[in-house]
Design a protein around this ligand. Structure first.
Ligand code: AHG
Ligand code: MN
Ligand code: MN
Length: 341
C-alpha cells in the first residue's frame, strides 16, 4: 500500500465529522452544540483569510483605541472580534457572549433566537506579534447558561472554568489549526487549504508528564517575588538526573506558547510581579479555556496556589497568574511558590 492506513483515515476525519461522532456519545444531544463549534470553525477561517493577507491590505497596525486591559487595539483585533461576534450572533444557541476587546457583555440581537449556551473569547491572542508575522491565535470557552431563558446575564458568564462545556483555540501559524475539547480528550485539526476543510492531524493529544522547556517573559525577572526568581534559577541549574538546565522558549503569543507546551511538555508561566500582582493574562478569555484544554490532555494549570479551573470569577476582565503545562512541572512551580522548596 502506498500510504499508511492512518494517513488515509485522517483525510476523511473532518472536524465536522468528529463533532458529529462526539455528539453520539451524549444521548439526548440536540445538535446545538455541534452547530456552535461549526460556527466557530467558520469564523476562524474568515479570520485566517484576513491574517494571511495582512501585509497586502491595509489591516496591519494599530487603531486609536485601547481595550479594558489597557492594550492598544490592533486593526486585526477589531476585525477578529467583529467577525466572531457576527458569525455567532444569529446561530440561535447562544444567550450572551463576552470578548476580551469589549468592556461589557455582548448581547444577542433581539431579532435572533436565544439559546442555552454562553461564548467567551479572546478574538486575537498575541496581537503584539501581528506585524512581525509571528503565530497568533483565537481562544474560546463555552458554558451552559445558569439562568432559565431570555437574555444571558453576567451570572451566566462568571462561572468557574471547571464548569466549561467546551473550550479550544485556533492557531494562525505556518498552518492553521483548530484544537478543541468537549471533555473527552483534546483533538487537533489542520486546515487543508486546497479543500477548505479542517482534517484531523492530532487525535487525542496527551501532554508529557514532565518536560524540559520553560516559557516566561524573563525580562520581568527583577519584578518577581524571590520565590519565583529561585524557581527560575533552579530550572537553569545543571543537573543531569533531573534533565536540567531546561531550554527557554518564549514566542510571546500565549496560545502558541501553550500549544508548543501541550505537544512537547514543560511549563508556561505568567507570574504576578511588583507592577502587576496578578500578572497579565485574563481568567475568562485566556486562562480558563487553556487550563481546560491542558487538563483534558493530562496536564495542569494553577495560579501558583490554586487550580485555575476552581477560581470563582468576580469580574469579566480579571487577571490571574498562570502556571500551565506538564503536571510534574506545575507541581514543582507550586512547591517553590509556596515556599516548600
Ligand atoms: P492579547 O494579544 O490577547 O492581548 O494577549 C497578549 C498576551 C499573550 O498572548 C502573551 O503571551 C502575553 O500577552 C505576552 O505578554 P508579555 O509581552 O508581557 O510577555
Ligand atoms: Mn490574549
Ligand atoms: Mn486578544
Amino acid at each position: 500500500m502506498k500510504y499508511p492506513p492512518t494517513a488515509i483515515a485522517s483525510r476523511f476525519m473532518t472536524l465536522e465529522r468528529h463533532i458529529e461522532e462526539g455528539k453520539r456519545l451524549h444521548p439526548g444531544a440536540t445538535g446545538e452544540f455541534s452547530r456552535l463549534l461549526h460556527g466557530l470553525s467558520l469564523a476562524a477561517k474568515l479570520v485566517w483569510r484576513e491574517v494571511t493577507k495582512a501585509g497586502l491590505v491595509n489591516i496591519l497596525g494599530a487603531t486609536d483605541r485601547t481595550n479594558t486591559s489597557g492594550d492598544v487595539v490592533k486593526k486585526l483585533d477589531e476585525f477578529a472580534d467583529e467577525t466572531i461576534y457576527k458569525a455567532m450572533d444569529h446561530v440561535g444557541h447562544l444567550c450572551v457572549m463576552a470578548s476580551e476587546e469589549n468592556e461589557d457583555l455582548l448581547h444577542i440581537p433581539e431579532q435572533y433566537p436565544h439559546g442555552k449556551y454562553v461564548l467567551v473569547y479572546d478574538p486575537l491572542d498575541g496581537s503584539g506579534n501581528i506585524d512581525a508575522n509571528v503565530t497568533i491565535g483565537s481562544i474560546f470557552s463555552i458554558h451552559k447558561r445558569i439562568t432559565a431563558s431570555g437574555k444571558g446575564t453576567l451570572q451566566d458568564v462568571l462561572q468557574p472554568g471547571c464548569k466549561q462545556a467546551a473550550a479550544g483555540y485556533v492557531l494562525y501559524g505556518s498552518s492553521m489549526m483548530f484544537v478543541y475539547s468537549t471533555g473527552q480528550g483534546v483533538h487537533g485539526f489542520t486546515l487543508d487549504p486546497t479543500v477548505g476543510e479542517f482534517l484531523c492531524s492530532h487525535e487525542n493529544i496527551r501532554i508529557p508528564q514532565r518536560g524540559q522547556i520553560y516559557s516566561v517573559n524573563e525580562g520581568n525577572f527583577n519584578r518577581w517575588e524571590p520565590a519565583m526568581q529561585r524557581y527560575l534559577q533552579y530550572l537553569k541549574q545543571e543537573d543531569e538526573s533531573t534533565s536540567r538546565p531546561y531550554s527557554a522558549r518564549y514566542i510571546g503569543s500565549l496560545v502558541a506558547d501553550v500549544h508548543r507546551t501541550l505537544l512537547y511538555g514543560g511549563i508556561y508561566c505568567y507570574p504576578g510581579d511588583r507592577k502587576n500582582p496578578n500578572g497579565k493574562l485574563r481568567l475568562m478569555y485566556e486562562n480558563n479555556p487553556l487550563a481546560y484544554i491542558v487538563e483534558q490532555a493530562g496536564g495542569a494549570a494553577s495560579n501558583g496556589k490554586q487550580r485555575i479551573l476552581d477560581i470563582k470569577p468576580e469580574t469579566l476582565h480579571q487577571r490571574t497568574p498562570l502556571f500551565i503545562g506538564s503536571i510534574e512541572d506545575v507541581k514543582l512551580a507550586e512547591e517553590f511558590l509556596s515556599g516548600k522548596r
